[in-house]
Design a protein around this ligand. Structure first.
Ligand code: G3H
Length: 478
């Protein structure tokens, strides 16, 4: 079956022995656009075995050489931006320009990671024993950072390239090998990205990309005894993975219900612009999207009007036309979003626009006067639908934010920096943005979620450190 994309193992492109494939549905046409191999558990076993042995010699490869290969891969990735972006448009309905941005951002991330890696992995510590009570100066301790072994990377559909390289590059620079399990939608973009690493000339087997059904190889991969570290971005599956994983370091970035608190003294034009950008870019399908607006009653009418005016200017349609709002990832996702909208309708929310849906395409919708008994006040739609709750004090906003089981990011709009800092301290989230929408980037910033939003911290430096372990050698003097 020639039109099924091959998977990547042992430095080669291969067909699965299973003879089966997984269809990739284009969210816009809702037809099968690509097919990828449905790999088997035996193929997973082989890949992990190869990754294990390739890692041993990679760890001994000079750091500057590892960095050189990553810089090469970054440059090739940027050269291939057009075809990769084209896949993102077809597989995940990412607007055409954003798709190109994702690939370019990824190239930059890989280069930055190579540079950061040679700095932070190029130095260790030297400790002497006599600083601890009762000790003479008879022990010298040398520390360095050593790789963990085989890193399993599982990125989500919304950034199949960028959130793959944000795991691949730190793993490789630190001397690990890497097994990538891309999301089904976005798998071909990911395979193309992997091809760029292949062209850069990494050793055989060091990096592999396995495609297939989660039901067949998902648990098998995440519970595999040969895996030494898992870096996962996605939804609830992450919680299940962490419960089942063995004693290995985990990096998890899961959902969010990022709150946007708007005080009376804020610049409402700035706030409205950020609500539209933060809530509706890539149709709200970002873990860092603004997912609930908590606005002081006294300025709520003005704010809602401003947001409405801006929403009316968004273009809605196919990603090929670079529309702002494009079809959401799957029909079941659209149905879920619709369920939240209907629940809010039944419970009396004010619809600022008419609810409109065609297939997976949902028109941008702002729901005003949302109350805490509505599901949308707490659940993440992952779609272009945003609830507004009116509050009477900053505390009320903070309390709503902290009552969520998520704690990824949040933001506060005010001209009073002292208040902003106090609110930031009070919000139980991994990051608080003052006077801007939540966002992960720039990609070297720390990125982390509290509670159900994640485990550990990402960002280039944190990821490199997370994918290494400290090794000490102690010299004992007579
Ligand atoms: O979807 C989760 C991503 O980590 C968010 O990244 O803030 O760059 O859109 P972003």
């Amino acid at each position: 079956d020639g039109d099924v994309y091959k998977f990547y193992a042992d430095g080669e492109w291969k067909k699965s022995d299973s003879g089966k494939f997984v269809p990739i549905i284009n969210p816009t046409t809702r037809n099968t656009h690509f097919k990828v191999q449905a790999c088997s558990q035996e193929e997973v076993n082989k890949i992990i075995e190869t990754a294990k042995s390739a890692q041993k010699s990679w760890a001994k490869t000079p750091l500057w050489k590892r960095a050189e290969l990553l810089h090469k891969a970054a440059a090739i990735l940027k050269e291939h931006r057009a075809p990769i972006a084209e896949c993102l448009v077809k597989e995940i309905a990412k607007p055409a320009k954003d798709a190109v941005t994702e690939v370019v951002r990824s190239g930059d991330l890989v280069s930055y990671c190579a540079e950061e890696g040679v700095r932070i992995l190029g130095e260790g510590k030297f400790l002497v024993s006599d600083s601890f009570p009762g000790n003479e100066r008879t022990k010298y301790c040398l520390t360095s950072k050593i790789p963990l072994g085989v890193v399993l990377a599982i990125p989500p559909f919304n950034y199949p390239v960028n959130l793959a390289v944000s795991k691949i590059a730190p793993a490789l620079i630190a001397g690990n090998s890497l097994v990538l399990k891309p999301p089904t939608q976005g798998a071909v973009a990911a395979l193309h990205m992997v091809h760029c690493f292949h062209l850069a000339g990494f050793p055989k087997g060091l990096m592999s990309c396995i495609t297939g059904k989660g039901s067949e190889i998902g648990d098998f991969l995440t519970m595999h005894p040969g895996v030494n570290c898992i870096s996962f971005t996605g939804g609830d599956t992450g919680i299940a993975i962490s419960k089942r994983a063995s004693m290995i370091p985990l990096q998890m970035e899961l959902g969010g219900k990022d709150a946007c608190i708007i005080l009376e003294d804020s610049d409402l034009d700035l706030a409205a612009a950020n609500i539209v950008k933060g809530g509706f870019s890539y149709s709200g399908q970002r873990c860092t999207a603004v997912k609930v607006v908590l606005v002081m009653e006294s300025v709520a009418d003005t704010l809602v009007e401003k947001v409405k005016t801006k929403l009316a200017k968004l273009t809605v349609g196919p990603p090929e036309d670079d529309c702002d709002i494009t079809p959401v990832i799957t029909e079941s996702s659209a149905n879920f979003i619709e369920g939240l909208v209907m629940d809010a309708k039944q419970k009396g929310a004010t619809f600022c626009q008419e609810y409109k849906r065609e297939g997976n395409l949902i028109w941008p919708l702002l729901l005003d006067h949302v109350r805490p008994d509505m599901r949308i006040a707490w659940e993440e739609p992952f779609g272009p639908v945003l609830p507004v709750l009116r509050i009477n004090s900053a505390e009320e906003g903070i309390n709503h934010c902290n009552a969520s089981n998520f704690g990824l990011q949040g933001c506060v709009f005010t001209r009073d920096i002292n208040k902003a800092i106090l609110i930031s301290d009070a919000m139980e989230t991994g990051t608080v943005q003052i006077n801007s929408a939540p966002a992960r980037g720039p990609d070297h910033f720390p990125f982390q979620g509290l509670k159900d939003s994640g485990i550990g911290s990402q960002g280039i430096t944190n990821s490199i450190n997370m994918m290494t372990k400290i090794k000490s050698t102690v010299i004992n003097l007579p």
